[in-house]
Write a protein that binds this ligand. Structure first.
Ligand code: SF4
Length: 61
């Protein structure tokens, strides 16, 4: 099993959703892609820099 940190920023991003495939691999879905075409629906990982990154736990402190 891989650590989610392999995904880079997406793993800790408010907009990121992890998807576990039937083959056992994990990929990430970018929630921003639906409303903003600048973001890929399935970001290439690890994401090291992203202008749309928002910390997932910032709001729930
Ligand atoms: S906004 Fe950027 S960091 Fe956040 S899930 Fe999308 S691609 Fe990943």
């Amino acid at each position: 099993m891989k650590a989610s940190s392999d995904a880079g920023l997406c793993a800790g991003c408010l907009h990121g959703r992890s998807i576990d495939s039937a083959r056992g691999s994990r990929f990430w879905l970018c929630g921003r892609a639906a409303s903003d075409g600048r973001y890929p629906k399935y970001p290439r990982l690890p994401m090291l820099q992203c202008p749309g990154f928002a910390p997932a736990n910032a709001a729930s402190g």
